[in-house]
Design a protein around this ligand. Structure first.
Ligand SMILES: [Fe+2]
Length: 412
């Protein structure tokens, strides 16, 4: 029998106990099983649920009979109120969605482990990368890129044509670009009197783009069109903010509590530009799920406006903010979770804008040109493509957990 086949079932006061062929045991609450019943009476034709009204402990949830059929592939339950029918559950489905006996904890632990760029400990030069020609050639090439980006938080695409618009062409393999306030694509180059610090030759501390949006972009693309040898500096930086925030929680629990509860102000208040902007969004820097694990970290110092919180939270906020920034900028964190590289013309760096903070070192703009072209994808657009492709490519990936890496599952 397959490992996910069911060896035996037993209905008890506390739900259904299922023993699988490989020895794993799981318990399922009666209300949960009933809520996930797929019988004709519970589901509409199009697969939506329309009966969610049975209270835990109700007599209707008595399991009168439970059986294992089809060599363990199917479990049937006869509910007291369920017109005497046997309702079927697929064994593989039960196994996949099992939540007892530490199943959720194991799942969370394996998600957490993948935050830590394990490959880095063995190789300081670890940099996930794919080749443009491979990405364009087949779905397997797209999947290779998309799945690395999902897992590692970023992926370099090498040897892209040095042509304007390429960045959009690549993004469109996943979906439509986000129409942000900068337009569908934007150009990052040093200009006199820049309207944004990014368009100067100054250093940029690690930050998330568009943190003042209700939903900041999920993926950012930066395509290097020109980077003259004569330009000194200008190296790109990336650091895993989720990993740093987890370390912050262990080292400074009180500060962590403040940064995960007190709302900071993110803003872009700039009316005097071609497309006037007045955007404000208040949210804590760090978001956690119901288990206290970090699911999002919003950090964009140049776009943080006046704090608007009750007076007794002001000083604690600034202390916590300072402690986080100190940790984020420490050599220790950069050695563990940071990346530094000089883009070459033809390099297209793609990264999770909500997990990997990005920045750059200052550079000399008199000695040559540096030109990047960028665009964004919404987190939902990317995650949808990732999940759909995991099915078409028959890859077993964590389709529920992937949104934690994009900070879209705050559970708050
Ligand atoms: Fe940026």
């Amino acid at each position: 029998a397959a490992p996910a086949a069911v060896a035996s079932v037993e209905a008890g006061e506390d739900g259904l106990h299922v023993r699988f062929a490989d020895g794993a045991e799981h318990r399922f609450d009666a209300c949960w099983l009933r809520d996930n019943c797929k019988c004709e009476r519970c589901m509409s034709q199009s697969g939506q649920k329309h009966d969610r009204t049975i209270l835990p402990g109700s007599r209707a949830l008595d399991m009168l009979n439970c059986e294992v059929l089809d060599d363990g592939e199917t479990v049937t339950i006869a509910w007291r109120d369920h017109h005497g029918e046997e309702v079927e559950y697929e064994a593989s489905w039960l196994r996949r969605f099992a939540y007892s006996h530490g199943a959720i904890e194991d799942e969370q632990a394996s998600r957490a482990a993948s935050f830590y760029h394990a490959e880095r400990t063995s190789s300081k030069t670890f940099l996930p990368e794919v080749n443009f020609a491979d990405v364009m050639a087949s779905d397997a090439g797209v999947w290779d890129w998309v799945s690395r980006l999902e897992k590692d938080g970023f992926c370099m695409i090498r040897e892209t044509p040095v042509e304007e618009g390429t960045v959009k062409k690549v993004a469109n393999l996943v979906g439509s670009c986000s129409h942000a306030i900068y337009g569908e694509t934007f150009d990052v180059k040093a200009t006199p009197k820049p309207i944004n610090i990014a368009y100067s030759d100054k250093a940029l501390e690690p930050h998330m783009d568009l943190a003042y949006y209700e939903s900041p972009p999920g993926v950012q693309f930066l395509h290097c069109l020109r980077f003259d040898e004569g330009v000194k500096g200008g190296d790109s930086t990336l650091i895993d903010a989720h990993a740093v925030a987890e370390e912050f929680k262990l080292r400074h629990p009180e500060h962590f509590h403040i940064l995960s509860t007190v709302p900071a102000t993110f803003q872009k208040d700039h009316v005097d530009r071609e497309f006037p902007v007045r955007m404000f969004y208040q949210r804590p820097h760090i978001h956690t799920n119901y288990l206290g694990e970090v699911t999002a970290c919003f950090w964009a110092p140049p776009f943080e406006g006046p704090l608007r919180v009750r007076e007794d939270f002001v000083e604690p906020y600034y202390r916590a903010y300072h402690a986080f920034r100190t940790l984020l900028m420490s050599k220790e964190m950069w050695d563990k979770y940071g990346f530094l590289f000089r883009l070459r013309p033809g390099d297209l760096i793609t990264f999770n804008n909500r997990r990997m903070l990005h920045g750059r070192n200052a550079f000399t703009s008199e000695t040559g040109a540096r030109h990047l072209q960028g665009c964004y994808l919404d987190a939902d657009t990317f995650l949808n493509k990732f999940r759909v492709m995991s099915t078409t490519m028959s890859q077993d990936v964590d389709i529920l957990g992937c949104d934690e890496r994009f900070g879209t599952s705050s559970h708050r």
